[in-house]
Design a protein around this ligand. Structure first.
Ligand code: ACM
Length: 758
């Protein structure tokens, strides 16, 4: 399929070359353009076109596709420039914008765009191509290089992949219709075309199903836990939300206007607890609550014929709302304990001659796949669906790295690349202390950008099975729109470029991104600036000074800083190497390019005390079983502290502490809800013998089994954030200090927030 698109592009190129307009002569402007995704072919040409209110958007009489896109472009120009261009039918006129469908251009999404002194001409075979041409023109219009008019270009463009996607989980946390529409607006402006909507999971069923009202009466509410309490207004107030069918249809229509297909996901047979809580007969018959635990809950749909009737009824309503070819049926992380213990499931397996539960899942998925096939739809599922025998028409979404995709494509299935952790947006994108909560594996913008959607392990003759890639946002740690924006923007730009453009070029991308960040801000989006932001590291230096090291993730731009508390500007001192400051000093820094600050300035107050302080972010965890950055249930000075913790091993190491004598140690701790379903991983939780009911913090020297320097009882902290005091015996030299919380995590979790030596 990929090849078809490239072929279409090649044909488009030829067709276009045949009818290239006569070029103006004159100098070509060389100021770089900031288009994202980078078009397949872009030539700079002489001339500039300066748009004013007298310009018109001209469409060929009767060209309804062009007329429709003209109205969309008209509204974007109004927002960007404050002028409303007239839309007229007729022959293209000099001094304006023309939009026209043209059979000479091949490929539904392909387009050509020409700008010169006389105006702008966009042509495409189909409305979708015209829409993308208009998006590119809007980007040119909002480009810093277009201050004196949009410079001349000849663009011939078409996407590399047909699946350019983003997944949003509305189960773990729920978003309003207008937030989703805002996201769809932005997807369209990145030429992304697939919105994968994760609508059901253990923690909430979010789509109204008329035939089974309890799915939302019961299944759309769960107990508010941790940060949810602030959203609901109290622990006794449940966390609820679902989309009515009308709202879902509104979202489908809104997306379609923007050439985006909504692919709904209805999870089965696992991640089914909200559904089973609504109708226990669908599971093992036991009454359950909608889950408030993140992770792998074990409630499964059973395999009774009656359950398939319900699933098919649900899919009938889903298909009536969502016209997409693909229907996503989940299939991931289905723990088989219930099936192993169910007489009915075991009897059914026996009657079918199926020998294990994984193959039984294959049978389950195949039965649903047949149903979808009969209705002219295609099944897509997470890569676990490959563990059983699934029909060749099933499409596989590879999330457990790329191995699922490799296996599937080589076996002849179409695949969508969505590997965790690289393309998972709940992974944090920097180690900056102001990163919001999430999974701290450190998937930077560059890691995401560098991911090549067609792994070399897929046989060349099978590479066409890769439909494309998508970024995936599971929302356990994104309870609100602000957090969602931080996770998605600007990473959406990287996935857009890797799925659209034929070539990747990181250095060019990072230089084009600042203009895109400005476009986000103009659209009311608050992006993460982690890729440009300055990290300020400090260490003790000679003569009671501190050594300061400044860096940015991308290295793009020039770092500039101040030490007098003032905001850094494009004229501030440029950073070239670590420098020493007298104590106390506040360092403020930002990266600059083209005279503009690339990020929000970051600052750090440095004094003798701060050099003997570490936050949990600056400590190492003692392993990496399940490391998370979690937020406090309660705010401190209006901000909720964030703690880095391995929830399976509550133990932190402060590496290389220079000690010379006896120290007091203040340890700030907090107690968080422990709402995790770890299934078989529970056996791996590290538990240390506690000396008291509340447990204690033990401080060990050099290794976590090394000499015990101090025992600090947790009892005085009771149930919340508190600073506890201990004493370290006299020690000299450089040592690692290991801080372990004794006892076992659950039902609450002790975390260390800060350590201060005195
Ligand atoms: C997944 O992350 N369980 C698809």
């Amino acid at each position: 399929m990929r090849r078809t698109l490239l072929l279409a592009l090649a044909v488009g190129l030829t067709a276009c070359a045949d009818q290239q307009p006569k070029r103006e002569t004159g100098p070509v402007d060389n100021m770089p353009l900031s288009l994202i995704p980078q078009p397949a072919q872009l030539q700079r040409t002489p001339g500039r076109f300066r748009l004013d209110a007298t310009a018109t958007i001209t469409v060929t009489p009767g060209d309804t596709a062009a007329k429709h896109v003209a109205a969309q472009l008209q509204s974007w120009v109004r927002q960007a420039r404050g002028i409303t261009l007239a839309i007229v039918e007729g022959k293209p006129k000099s001094g304006g914008i023309s939009l026209a469908t043209s059979a000479a251009i091949k490929g539904r999404e392909a387009y050509t765009l020409d700008v010169d002194g006389k105006g702008v001409r966009i042509a495409a075979n189909d409305e979708t191509g015209l829409f993308y041409g208009a998006v590119t023109y809007w980007q040119l219009l909002t480009d810093p290089a277009a201050q004196g008019g949009v410079p001349g270009v000849h663009i011939v463009d078409a996407p590399r992949f047909e699946w350019r996607g983003l997944m949003l989980d509305s189960s773990r946390h729920f978003q309003s219709v207008s937030e989703i529409e805002h996201l769809l607006d932005q997807m369209a402006m990145h030429k992304l075309n697939t919105f994968h909507w994760h609508l059901t999971d253990d923690q909430g069923w979010r789509l109204q199903i008329d035939k089974y009202p309890k799915l939302t009466e019961t299944g759309a509410c769960r107990k508010a836990i941790g940060p949810d309490v602030a959203l609901t207004g109290g622990e006794d107030k449940p966390y609820c939300g679902f989309y009515t069918q009308d709202e879902a249809k509104q979202i489908v229509a809104y997306a379609a206007e923007r050439h985006i297909t909504v692919v709904p996901e209805i999870e089965m047979p696992g991640h089914a607890q909200a559904a089973v809580a609504s109708y226990p007969k669908l599971g093992n018959g036991k009454k359950l609550a909608v889950s408030g635990d993140w992770g792998v809950n074990t409630a499964l749909f059973n395999t009774d014929d009656a359950t398939f009737v319900v699933m098919q009824d649900v899919l009938d309503e889903v298909m009536a709302i969502f016209p997409s070819t693909y229907i996503h049926v989940g299939g991931d992380e289905a723990a088989k304990d219930e099936w192993e213990h169910s007489k009915a499931v075991q009897a059914k397996m026996k009657s079918l001659g199926i020998t294990d539960e994984e193959k039984m899942q294959g049978w389950f998925v195949a039965r649903i796949g047949d149903y979808l096939d009969k209705h002219g739809r295609r099944l897509i599922g997470w890569d676990e669906i490959l563990d059983g025998k699934v029909p060749a028409t099933a499409t596989v979404m590879s999330w457990r790295g790329t191995r699922g995709a490799i296996k599937a494509a080589n076996a002849g299935h179409d695949v969508v690349m969505a590997p965790s952790p690289t393309l998972y947006l709940d992974q944090l994108q920097s180690t900056l202390p102001d990163e919001p909560p999430g999974r701290p594996s450190g998937q930077t913008l560059k890691t995401l950008y560098d991911f090549e959607p067609v792994p070399s392990d897929i046989a060349p003759d099978k590479a066409d099975h890769v439909l494309g890639e998508q970024v995936t946002l599971f929302t356990e740690y994104q309870p609100n729109w602000y957090r969602i924006q931080h996770a998605i923007f600007p990473r959406i730009a990287a996935v857009a470029e890797r799925t659209w453009s034929p070539k990747a070029d990181w250095n060019s991308f990072i230089a084009r991104l600042p203009a895109q960040m400005s476009r986000y801000r103009a659209a009311g989006i608050v992006p993460a600036d982690s890729v440009y932001a300055v990290a300020i590291a400090t260490e003790a230096a000679a003569d009671d000074k501190a050594r300061v090291t400044l860096s940015t993730q991308s290295g793009y731009g020039t770092i500039r800083y101040t030490t007098d508390g003032s905001a850094p500007t494009a004229q501030s001192t440029a950073y070239s190497a670590p420098f020493d400051v007298a104590l106390p000093t506040t360092v403020r820094a930002n990266a600059f390019a083209g005279g503009f600050g690339l990020a929000g300035p970051r600052d750090r107050a440095i004094d003798a005390k701060s050099l003997l302080h570490r936050s949990s972010d600056e400590l190492d965890t003692c392993g990496d079983k399940l490391v998370l950055r979690l937020e406090a249930a309660n705010a401190v000075d209006g901000v909720r502290p964030v703690y880095k913790v391995d929830i399976m091993n509550t133990c932190w190491v402060w590496k290389g502490v220079r000690l010379d004598g006896r120290y007091g140690v203040d340890v700030t701790v907090d107690r968080l809800p422990y709402n995790y379903a770890l299934w078989k991983d529970t056996a791996g939780i590290v538990s240390r013998k506690a000396r008291s009911a509340a447990g204690e913090i033990e401080v060990h020297q050099d290794t976590c089994d090394g000499p015990k320097l101090s025992t600090i009882p947790l009892a005085p902290a009771k149930d919340g954030r508190a600073t506890l005091q201990g004493i370290l015996p006299k020690r000299e030299g450089t040592h690692d200090l290991c801080f372990v919380v004794t006892g076992k995590p659950g039902p609450k979790l002790w975390v260390i927030g800060d350590i201060q030596l005195r």
